[in-house]
Ligand binder design. Sequence first.
Ligand code: NAD
Length: 511
Amino acid sequence: MSTNPRVASAGTAPSLIGHYINGKLHDSGRHLEVSNPATGQVCKRVALASQETVGAAVAAAGTAFPAWRDTPPGKRARVLFNFKQLLEDHAEELAALLTEEHGKVIDDAMGEIRRGIEVVEYACGAPDLLKGEYSKNAGPGIDCWSEQQPLGVVAGITPFNFPAMVPMWMFPIAIACGNTFVLKPSEKDPGPSLLLAKLLARAGLPDGVFNVVNGDKVAVDALLGDARVAAVSFVGSTPVAEYIYQTGTQAGKRVQALGGAKNHAVVMPDADIDNAVSALMGAAFGSCGERCMAISVAVCVGEKTADQVVTKLQHQIDSLKIGNGADASNDMGPLITSEHRDKVRAHIESGITEGADLAVDGRGLVVADHADGFFLGASLFDHVTPDMRIYREEIFGPVLCVVRVDSQQEAMRLINAHEFGNGTCIFTRDGEAARYFTDHIEVGMVGVNVALPVPIASQSFGGWKRSLFGDLYAYGPDAVRFYTHRKTITQRWPAGGVRESRSFAFPSHND
Ligand code: NAD
């Protein structure tokens, strides 16, 4: 990555986003420019960690671990309660930062923060989440119980598209469970992580419990290669997720690696088509399609359904308001970088070449006073077929593909055959069809008349197939399992001077 033209030498302004290690900010030799995607102007620089920087962060987390592990869960929860309040108090500041570096519309940024706060609220239940299980009188004078003990130093590596929420899927539960944490956020929008670090410190979190190393593959590889890191949570694209999972597990770490997606929405002939189309608009074009749960394929059952959906989508796309995310009246902002915009454009061109009908072409969009912003209008393809690249690959932009099928079975066969299995949904008024769908669809998160079925904080988030490498989902009860070792203790206190007799048979409970 050091050959990237956006890597700048250390210099003067704009302001530098450093690393946060043991409660202090640090710089390191290499830097990268961070742009405001709406204006295309460089707004910050971010320090890129070396192996030594990562080593220092892991060492700080290792030093902080014993005292934090021994801090009662109730006391840890009190820090998280304070943190939750500080997040509420600083939500607008955090949202402005998200919009400046990511480009998403300010309301959308507030929604992201709200979802992150919900995970913090869940983590505040640490005393209850960690109370374990107890079996009294497992044998004569014998009691047996299980505890959830922390792993030690754990790391989180996160993507650009939710720079506040995805880190908050990870560290609140990890630290609630008594671990210490090293976060490696996306280098494309690193600012929010440092604000989160500042708020955690103000909430009373001891130095070293939460650290941030900014950087690229160098930082990621240093975390994967550091034997002191017990576990890695990753969220990002599938090729990197697979790499992280393989490298991390080979090094003996516990790894959960959430990857990419291609989420289908099935529109049945009996659906409330107006509702379905409104839901599709938000799910396909919200956050400029840069969501792992974005709907990128609408599978319409029957020609009549497809004709209605396409016509209504065309009308709604015409009325989309696209512009700077700082203006809350906009529906959609820019893409994250000019490189990513070019990649999405290339996908549109491949769809045309492969014979799909481009019903709405977003490539000509001009946003007044934002000539250098990374904008791309919403595009709609009709008559997409499963062999096309725009169907097979994750585009991660404002492009919705309509596939026409004859039956629910055919729609479900398509979804089940796809390499990804993150989210899906069905629009219908038929309970039997919906139940059959939820029972037999091979996808991790399923909606019924809900286009973005992102689970609440007390459930867990994860996909099937190549959308997740590992066994446990993010946040919710799975995260408590992921960030803890189960330890089971069997204890005997013989009563009334009872003596133990010698026995060479394997202990059983038949006595
Ligand atoms: P990405 O995979 O490019 O980057 C994710 C993280 O990995 C970043 O911190 C980045 O610095 C690091 N990284 C990038 N290339 C690397 C490499 N070669 N080796 C080691 N580390 C590397 O993902 P992104 O573009 O930031 O985010 C978009 C992707 O994330 C999409 O595919 C989206 O579907 C996925 N995503 C998935 C979920 C989910 O829950 N499944 C949620 C959000 C985003």
